[in-house]
Design a protein around this ligand. Structure first.
Ligand SMILES: N[C@@H](CCC(=O)N[C@@H](CS)C(=O)NCC(=O)O)C(=O)O
Length: 81
């Protein structure tokens, strides 16, 4: 992940990363939302104009933000508040 080839895809040298044609998407949550929207007919996300989008975004990014931070904090032996 620290090769020049991979760093050209994700300069942070982290996985996952998705290359979709000319698009590069990093960050797990962004990849999931991108794919769910790209293949909206699969029903992985609420329809684009659905009011359910509010809760979908709220809880999706809650897991990607505060939950990931809490797991990392806990793994470092620090208290999670
Ligand atoms: N916030 C990023 C975290 C990415 C991340 O930390 N990936 C880890 C693996 S789960 C990684 O690439 N670790 C290798 C490293 O930091 O060198 C995401 O959600 O995709």
């Amino acid at each position: 992940m620290h090769t020049a080839e991979y760093l050209a895809i994700n300069p942070m040298g982290k996985v996952p990363a998705l290359v979709d044609g000319e698009h590069i998407i990093t960050e797990t949550a962004a990849i999931c939302v991108y794919l769910a929207d790209k293949f909206i007919e699969k029903g992985l996300a609420p329809a684009f104009n659905s009011p359910q989008r509010a809760a979908y975004y709220r809880w999706f990014f809650f897991t990607a933000g505060p939950i990931e931070a809490a797991f990392t904090t806990h793994a470092m032996g620090l208290p999670v508040r």
